[in-house]
Design a protein around this ligand. Structure first.
Ligand code: NAD
Length: 257
C-alpha cells in the first residue's frame, strides 16, 4: 500500500508526548516530513531521532511555547525554512488543569486559554498563510468530549475546547475555497503522559487505578490510545479526505454521547 502522507510536511504542536507523539510517529510512518514542537529540548530530540531511526524520514524539533503569537509564527517559519512548505498542521498542544466554575482563578483561566485556544488560533493563522502559498492544506484540531458541556471540574478547559470547535468550523467555512480543510477529533480518554501525571498529582491515582476508573466510564470498555487518535488524524491529513472539512470525528469509544 502506498504511503498516504508521502512527502507532505506536517507540523504537530505538542508532539513530544502523548497523543501528539503518537500522531508524529504514524505521520512519519506514512511518509511525512514532520516538524514537532514542545517545550523540552531533550524530549524533542529523542522523538526526532527515534523517527529517523524507525522510519527513515526527516523530522525536526522546534522548541516553542505556543501560548505566544511570535512563537507560533517562528514554528511555521522554521518549518518552511527547513522543508519549504506546510501541508498539514495538528493543533494538539494542550493543558488540562482542574478547576470548577466557582473556584477557577483568572490566572488559571488565562493559562488554559492561552495554550489551548490562543495557541491553536495563531498556529492556524501562520500555517494558513503558508498553505495559501502552496495551494492548500489540512488542519486537524485535537478536541475533546468536554467541548460540548464539559466535566464540572474542567470549566475553563471545556470552554477553551468549545472555542476551538468554533475555530474548526470557522476555518472550514471560510477556507474551503482555497483548498484548506479543517477537521476536529473528539478525543475520548487517553492515558497520555499528561493524563497519568495529573491523576497521580491531583488525585493520588496510580496508572492501574486510572485505567480501572476510565475503563468503567468508557462505553467501549477501554481507554483510547494515541494510535487510535493517529488513525483518524492521518486520514484527515491525507488526500483520501480531500472533500472532508468541518467535521467532528469522535474517537471516544462512545464516551460523552
Ligand atoms: P500530554 O500532556 O501528554 O501532552 C501534551 C503536549 O503538549 C506535550 O508535548 C507538551 O509539552 C505540549 N504543550 C503543552 N503546553 C504547550 C505550550 N505552551 N507550547 C508548546 N507545547 C505545549 O497531553 P495529551 O493527553 O497527549 O493531550 C494532547 C491533546 O489532547 C490536548 O489538546 C488535550 O486537551 C487533548 N485531549 C486529551 C485527552 C486525554 O484523555 N488525554 C482527552 C481529550 C482531549
Amino acid at each position: 500500500m502506498s504511503k498516504r502522507l508521502l512527502d507532505k510536511v506536517v507540523v504537530i504542536t505538542g508532539g513530544t508526548k502523548g497523543i501528539g507523539k503518537g500522531i508524529a510517529y504514524m505521520a512519519a510512518a506514512e511518509g511525512a516530513k514532520v516538524a514537532i514542537n514542545g517545550r523540552n529540548e531533550q524530549d524533542g530530540q529523542r522523538v526526532t531521532s527515534e523517527i529517523g531511526e524507525r522510519y527513515g524520514t526527516e523530522a525536526i524539533f522546534i522548541k516553542a511555547d505556543i501560548s505566544r503569537e511570535a512563537a507560533c509564527k517562528e514554528l511555521m517559519d522554521r518549518t518552511v525554512a527547513r522543508f519549504g512548505r506546510i501541508d498539514g498542521l495538528v493543533n494538539n498542544a494542550g493543558i488540562f488543569p482542574r478547576g470548577t466554575m466557582v473556584d477557577t482563578a483568572e490566572e488559571l483561566f488565562d493559562s488554559i486559554f492561552t495554550v489551548n485556544m490562543k495557541g491553536a488560533f495563531f498556529c492556524s493563522k501562520y500555517a494558513i498563510q503558508q498553505m495559501l502559498k502552496n495551494g492548500g492544506g489540512s488542519i486537524v484540531q485535537i478536541g475533546s468530549t468536554n467541548a460540548y458541556k464539559g466535566a464540572k471540574d474542567l470549566a475553563a478547559y471545556s470552554c477553551s475546547k468549545g472555542a476551538m470547535l468554533t475555530l474548526n468550523r470557522h476555518i472550514a467555512a471560510h477556507y474551503a475555497g482555497y483548498n484548506i480543510r479543517s477537521n476536529w477529533i473528539t478525543v475520548g480518554w487517553v492515558a497520555s503522559e499528561g493524563e497519568i501525571e495529573l491523576h497521580q498529582d491531583h488525585y493520588g491515582r496510580s496508572l492501574e487505578e486510572l485505567k480501572e476508573l476510565a475503563n468503567t466510564h468508557v462505553p467501549s470498555g477501554r481507554m483510547q490510545t494515541p494510535e487510535d487518535m493517529a488513525y483518524g488524524a492521518i486520514f484527515l491529513l491525507s488526500d483520501d479526505a480531500s472533500q472532508v472539512t468541518g467535521t467532528e470525528l469522535a474517537i471516544n469509544g462512545g464516551l460523552g454521547l
